[in-house]
Design a protein around this ligand. Structure first.
Ligand code: R5P
Length: 297
């Protein structure tokens, strides 16, 4: 087995390689003056007949990272490996998984389809982490084995060591409850979700937690993605108003665009805890052990 860490997942790729003790292959990359990318897989002869793992996350700038991923996939395929496993810790466009309005493209499907087309016939496995909706993986054909790993047990481990005060874990909506329950069970905490209510006169949206008092308790809000921070900031403000103690904003994919960090701390968070699916100053947890475990199973 040999691993190729793409430009967007260099450190994570090296960590995985070190954990499972496999060789790494370097990718040479640069941009041309007009903005087009250039990719070259170094020491290509080492790839022939090998089981190759490519790892490249597709966070912002997602179009560039996705294009580089496709270029690495094509370049690798051409070097005649035995098989390719592709790890995309954060899959871009996964929130565009429905045609909300007529005339809209199904962008999540487009992404899966191009990846499959470029990887064909050597792409055997596709691995991602806490994908926004597992249904997206159905866009791959059955000839590719797909796996959505969960980073939630890693968060459970992190919070177990913090000695929290009567903690509870809250999902931002009912759909995210399953993920949040994994963290809650590991730290023996209550778990619940937020409901949204729209004021019919003003149109204003307010959030509330049904049937759970959070007064004087430490609260962990868990989500798959924090993008602008709006969802988290609203939840944190509500928790503050209800007398919560320390509040943690947790997500697998800390996109943290614009002033997301400011909004979340301004709302009253004690900490933002993310993973290195997207490298950031809030990526306090590495998913490398999760990937290493899966790859060696
Ligand atoms: C939405 O369905 C996702 O799970 C997140 O809640 C959302 O992407 C967060 O976005 P933002 O940080 O911009 O509120």
């Amino acid at each position: 087995m040999i691993i190729i860490p793409g430009p967007a997942s260099q450190i994570l790729g090296i960590k995985v390689a070190n954990l499972i003790n496999i060789n790494k292959i370097q990718v040479k990359f640069k941009d041309f003056p007009d903005g087009e990318h250039y990719i070259k897989i170094e020491n290509g002869e080492k790839i022939k007949n090998q089981d190759v793992i490519i790892i490249q996350s597709t966070y912002s700038p997602q179009n560039d990272n996705l294009m580089e991923l496709l270029m690495i996939l094509d370049g690798t395929k051409n070097l005649k490996p035995k098989s390719i496993t592709l790890i995309v810790p954060y899959l871009c466009y996964s929130r565009q998984d429905k045609r909300f309005l007529e005339g809209e493209p199904l962008t999540a499907e487009i992404v899966c389809k191009i990846i499959e087309k470029i990887g064909d016939p050597l792409l055997e496995k596709f691995i991602t982490i806490d994908i926004h909706s597992e249904k997206i993986l159905d866009y791959f054909s059955k000839s590719i084995e797909v796996k959505n790993l969960s980073a939630m047990p890693l968060f459970g481990k992190y919070f177990k060591n913090l000695n929290l005060k009567n903690p509870c874990v809250i999902a931002p909506d009912e759909g995210a409850l399953k993920r949040s329950k994994i963290v809650a069970d590991l730290i023996n905490a209550d778990c619940n979700f937020l409901t949204k209510k729209r004021d019919l006169n003003t149109g204003e949206i307010s959030t509330q937690i049904k049937d759970l008092s959070i007064e004087n308790r430490d609260v962990i809000f868990t989500d798959d993605i924090i993008s602008t921070g709006g969802t988290m900031a609203r939840a944190i403000e509500m928790a503050k108003n209800q007398g919560a103690n320390n509040i943690y904003a947790v997500c697998t994919h800390p996109l943290l665009i614009q002033n997301a960090k400011y909004r979340i701390f301004q709302a009253g968070a004690k900490e933002i805890v993310g993973t290195d699916c997207i490298p950031s100053e809030c990526s306090k947890i590495s998913v490398a052990p999760l990937l290493a475990d899966f790859l060696t199973k």
